[in-house]
Design a binder for this molecule. Structure first.
Ligand code: AHG
Ligand code: MN
Ligand code: MN
Length: 281
């Protein structure tokens, strides 16, 4: 998989450059989730597609910004599922955004995720890679090159709390749970970009990130193959947990369509235990 990780490093520089220099307007198209695509979403998708076109270990690409599966190398072992630019609507207010990659071997389901990676485009470019038997490794660009900084481990209990979705549309159960965490002293940290939000919680030791089922989005907003499952591996390998609203490990999800979403909760062990109690799981 080293060829895949090296290619991700290469595209990270190209996407970072596009973010810094390109037009921030909308394209004239929608993605498969019915969202208007920014020119930058499309451009980032093309950067990744071109970079992986000749990587022979990659059998196919599945992108948040493409409808179907794009076949590549016949001899390839892995399918790369990715969100080229997560949080792209935050670029115009100059907040951090990211790219997320899930590397699957076999059918596209949680148990077949073998590794994941994400890039944070912030004041610096950072990359985190986790596999089934390694902790998330943080690298940072220093003097034009990625340098490994160290492994990420979460504490048993954290201090941060981030919950997505419109609060008006939360269930009373979710609202009570979140209110109780704040009453216990948790601090709100939510930018609206899952990459920097989940990254912050992991690096600051722990806490909870939720994107619950809401009345307007009963299956949540975040996409299983490109967003939810890759970050579930990160959190589990960092010593945390990642489950859905029914208590199922997100790494056991079986999407029936590439763009399926799921309610999701990522946190350190203490907060996920509290969530199970509050949700009666
Ligand atoms: P994308 O830009 O790829 O469509 O994803 C945006 C996602 C995610 O980054 C974030 O956690 C979530 O949307 C925020 O949604 P809400 O504004 O509903 O909280
Ligand atoms: Mn996204
Ligand atoms: Mn996106």
């Amino acid at each position: 998989m080293n060829d895949i990780f090296e290619t991700i490093k290469h595209v990270a520089f190209e996407i970072d450059n596009a973010i810094k220099t390109s037009d921030l307007g909308y394209s004239n198209s929608e993605n498969s989730s019915g969202e208007d695509q920014l020119k930058l979403d499309v451009q980032s998708d093309i950067i990744i597609e071109k970079a992986f076109a000749n990587i022979t270990s990659v059998k196919a690409l599945v992108s948040e910004e493409k409808e179907g599966v794009l076949s590549l190398s016949k001899s390839g072992k892995y399918t790369l599922c990715y969100d080229p630019l997560d949080g792209s609507s935050l670029v115009d207010v100059n907040l951090s955004v990211g790219s997320i990659f899930g590397i699957y071997e076999g059918e596209l389901e949680g148990k077949n995720l073998v590794a994941s990676a994400y890039v944070v485009y912030g004041p610096r470019i950072e990359l985190v890679i986790a596999t089934r038997n390694t902790k998330p490794m943080l690298s940072r660009v220093i003097a034009g090159q990625f340098k490994e900084i160290g492994e990420i481990s979460m504490n048993e209990k954290g201090k941060l709390n981030a919950s997505g979705g419109t609060q008006q549309n939360w269930s009373p159960m979710h609202k009570t749970f979140i209110d109780n965490l704040f009453a216990e002293g948790y601090r709100l940290r939510y930018s609206g970009g899952m990459v920097p939000d989940l990254h912050q919680i992991m690096l600051k030791g722990g806490g909870l990130f939720s994107y619950p089922a809401t009345t307007d989005k009963p299956q949540g907003k975040l996409r299983q193959l490109f967003e939810v499952i890759p970050f579930a591996l990160m959190y589990e390998q960092a010593g945390g947990e990642a489950i859905n609203h029914e208590g199922l490990r997100l790494l056991e999800l079986i999407p029936s369509h590439p763009h399926d979403t799921s309610p999701c909760f990522f946190g350190s062990k203490h907060e996920i235990t509290a969530l199970r109690q509050a949700y009666g799981l």
